[in-house]
Design a protein around this ligand. Structure first.
Ligand code: SF4
Length: 338
């Protein structure tokens, strides 16, 4: 079965799966100059032939070490970065090469929240201006009074006091600023939110509050999320399915719980072994990977993970493994995965 044919399991329609987002063979390659006077050109393959779907109302987790391409992928699916090739379909409509003017109108359906809530909020604007701007861009609330009412409603939805509209971002804590970022994303009633490490900069107790907020909003509004993180424990908690990326490619995709309990790809196994376990557990052995992540400008031949893989065989150095279904709904790109 092809990856795209795999049904996401929690679409909002009963008995029928609806793909809100379909990503097909997406590539994002950045040109890199090298040699004397930069005469030669290489390509940094940040995203290299990635396909997946997200159903309406589903959360798909996306994990991998820093530099694996997950942020580039998240930005490319909402066209904040232009893809090199491949297709992005939102609600059945191809948005890959959609003109900017038309895309601006569609953007209200897919929004983004960022890792650094402070950096993504203009420090010179009040919360009223920040939310009002998001509303005005989409022409949803033309009248200032309507915009203000809507901004108050949004603050209540994310658990903030609507009386703080005239305050500035620096007057809030990190968790509160992330709530403002979420309110801004919600301003135009999106159907999909791409969260680029939205809780990574927060401490553990605040992380849990933001994740609970995102789950509540999903239940109330039927939102779908592409949730990007490097922490597998966080992703397991919020996602139905999880993708693991390595050097711009998907190496494993499965139901979130299955992926954490019975990973099939050696890279996923190593990531999971690095998640701290509370209490004595003699079965929990850390798998230490040798070496650094290779450069995406010059990835290794064969399986891109082979220089670090503890079970690599001779053919791994020559043949690139295909991402294939090893069990229903469980895909892995490893010659030895069963
Ligand atoms: Fe390791 Fe080979 Fe599997 Fe790659 S294909 S993950 S090198 S065993």
């Amino acid at each position: 079965m092809s990856l795209l044919g795999l049904a996401a399991r929690d679409g909002r329609t009963k008995g029928r799966e609806v793909n809100l987002l379909e990503v097909k063979e997406l590539k994002v390659h950045f040109p890199v100059q090298r040699g004397w006077f930069g005469r030669n050109r290489d390509y940094l393959k940040a995203v290299d032939g990635v396909s997946f779907t997200i159903a309406a109302g589903e959360t798909l987790g996306l994990v991998g070490e820093s530099g694996c391409g997950k942020t580039t992928l998240g930005r490319a699916v909402v066209r904040l970065i232009e893809p090199t090739s491949g297709r992005i379909l939102f609600d059945g409509e191809d948005i890959t090469e959609m003109r900017r003017s038309k895309l601006r109108l569609r953007r209200r359906h897919f929004q983004m929240i960022f890792q650094d809530p402070y950096g993504s909020l203009d420090p010179h604007q009040t919360i009223n201006q920040i939310l009002g701007e998001a509303l005005a861009v989409h022409k949803a609330f033309r009248h200032p009074v309507n915009r203000r009412n809507r901004a108050e409603e949004l603050l209540r939805a994310v658990g903030l006091d609507p009386g703080c509209l005239l305050r500035y971002p620096h007057e809030f804590s990190g968790g509160q600023r992330q709530r403002i970022g979420i309110a801004r994303a919600l301003a135009v009633e999106p159907r999909l939110i791409v969260g680029d490490e939205p809780v990574s900069a927060l401490d553990a107790s605040v992380q849990a509050q933001i994740i609970n907020l995102l789950s509540d909003l999903q239940r109330e509004r039927g939102l779908a999320y592409l949730f990007i993180a490097h922490d597998l424990a966080v992703v397991e908690h919020i996602s139905r399915r999880t993708i693991v990326m390595y050097l711009g490619k998907i190496v494993e995709l499965a139901d979130a719980k299955t992926l954490c309990r019975a990973p099939k790809h050696p890279y996923t196994q190593a990531l999971i072994s690095a998640v701290p376990v509370i209490g004595p557990d003699s079965r929990h052995k850390r798998i230490l990977l040798s070496g650094e992540v290779p450069s995406p400008v010059n990835p290794p031949p064969g399986c891109p993970f082979h220089p670090r893989c503890p079970i690599a065989e001779a053919r791994c150095r020559l043949e690139p493994p295909v991402l294939r279904e090893t069990a229903p709904g469980h895909l892995a790109a490893c010659h030895l995965a069963k």
